[in-house]
Design a binder for this molecule. Structure first.
Ligand SMILES: Nc1nc2c(c(=O)[nH]1)N[C@H]1C(S)=C(S)[C@@H](COP(=O)(O)O)O[C@H]1N2
Ligand SMILES: [Mo]
Length: 402
């Protein structure tokens, strides 16, 4: 690795407003995309958006990196960790530039196990209610990873940022040009960024290995318990602001509206709606698959995942008759209580199953999860339909044939 000294790095003037992208760059160069897992369900090629088939999700507690869903808004950058540096600016005096070596020397590496889920996960079920804009996703825009890096709060402390200012926000900006004609920028409130129990990480490792290009090599943010959109990949700038980020992905996307709001009425509402942050309680059935044949009266196992915003999943209910009667599923794997010591740091998903001796096919299998705060899922997607098709956590239903 070539040595890069911080003193030699010219600290760019920090721009907290949208970075202007030159016109010719907007289309993006997709000629150097990485090799990808052939079994991905590809929802868009350019930019690459692909999800994990359901039955693969429940095979392992940690989703193998090559099978982990990819949600990108532009070409995958091809960066060199040895020459890479990122900048910390905004309400920081003086602004700083850090190399990967600086970051790794700043504090001992920690690992945080956490699920990443796109806010658009299960969007197709909302699309079935009424059309929505956005990449279509079934239930595989989710994965559970073990992330290695340095807590963001250590970096903020090193830069003498006031960790106790509740009005501050921490903005993250990636290197790449997105198809939305802007850089990928997003922010989280200081109360999350600085919280020692919030576990926000600047991560260079995923499942014990350096990040892959698709997942943010050499450096990404991991914001456990928040929608995936806040975990900015290919991190280039951290800006301390006294307001939320005004980047598109914070201010004009990833917001929730009442079903009656359409594209003709949303314009004046964007600034009034809060940006999505914490995840809601969620669960989905990964086995059986939709329309799978299970001969009537034969044995089969229902399997799936459940998660919340860090709250422990306490129960997953399964119905084999479209919600008329329920049984309690067995939770097979979740973050260990001893390790976490708190009910609010269950960042990983919980994998669950229900063994059924005699499957009552044809039938509709349904699941719903509960967390320690007794949050549970809404019954119908129809009631939570929204024009961006985000945060669908309705009871998940799978039709099984005989
Ligand atoms: N720089 C950058 N960061 C990004 C994105 C992006 O397009 N560019 N997509 C975001 C979204 S919407 C999600 S859901 C997650 C997906 O992370 P993954 O591709 O590693 O699964 O990354 C987030 N971080
Ligand atoms: Mo996302």
């Amino acid at each position: 690795m070539p040595e890069v000294k911080v003193e030699e790095l010219k600290v760019e003037e920090v721009k907290v407003e949208e970075v202007k992208v030159e016109k010719e760059k907007l289309l993006g160069d997709y000629s150097k995309e990485p090799q990808r897992w052939p079994l991905f369900v590809v929802n868009a090629e350019q930019p690459f958006n692909a999800e994990t088939p359901p039955q693969e999700l429940v095979k392992e507690f940690f989703t193998p990196t090559e099978k982990f869903y990819v949600r990108s808004h532009g070409p995958a950058p091809d960066l060199n960790a040895g020459q890479f540096c990122f900048h910390i600016g905004g309400l920081v005096d003086p602004p700083k530039a850090m190399t990967m070596q600086d970051l790794q020397a700043l504090a001992p590496k920690v690992t945080v196990d956490a699920v990443l889920m796109c806010a658009g996960n299960r969007r197709n079920e909302l699309k079935a209610v009424k059309p929505v804009k956005g990449v279509g996703w079934e239930l595989g825009a989710i994965g559970n990873g073990s992330w290695g890096g340095v807590p963001l709060r250590e970096v903020l402390r090193h830069c003498k940022v006031d960790l106790d200012s509740p009005h501050l926000h921490v903005e993250f900006v990636g290197v790449e040009d997105c198809e939305e004609k802007t850089k990928y920028g997003s922010s989280i409130p200081m109360c999350k960024a600085a919280d020692p129990k919030g576990d926000v990480l600047l991560a260079w490792e995923m499942n014990g290995k350096p990040l892959t290009r698709d997942h943010g090599y050499p450096l990404r943010v991991v914001v456990p318990g928040y929608i995936g959109a806040r975990s900015v990949k290919w991190l280039k700038h951290i800006n301390i602001l006294d307001r939320e980020s005004v980047y598109f992905f914070q201010s004009r996307d990833y917001k929730l509206f009442i079903p009656s709001v359409g594209w003709d009425t949303v314009e004046e509402l964007w600034d009034l709606a809060p940006a999505l942050a914490e995840l809601a309680v969620q669960s989905a059935i990964c086995e059986p698959l939709a329309n799978q044949v299970i001969p009537t009266g034969t044995a089969a196992t229902v399997k799936g995942y459940a998660l919340s915003n860090g709250h422990r999943i306490t129960r997953v209910d399964v119905s084999l008759d479209d919600g008329a009667n329920w049984q309690v599923a067995e939770i097979l794997h979740q973050d260990s209580r001893e390790k976490k010591g708190f009910e609010s740091r269950y960042w990983s998903w919980s994998l669950w199953q229900l063994r059924v001796d005699k499957f009552p096919s044809p039938c509709t299998v349904v699941c719903r999860a509960w967390d320690i705060a007794s949050n549970t899922q809404p019954e119908n997607a129809k009631n939570i339909w929204n024009l961006r098709g985000v945060m669908n956590n309705a009871w998940h239903r799978v039709k099984v044939s005989a």
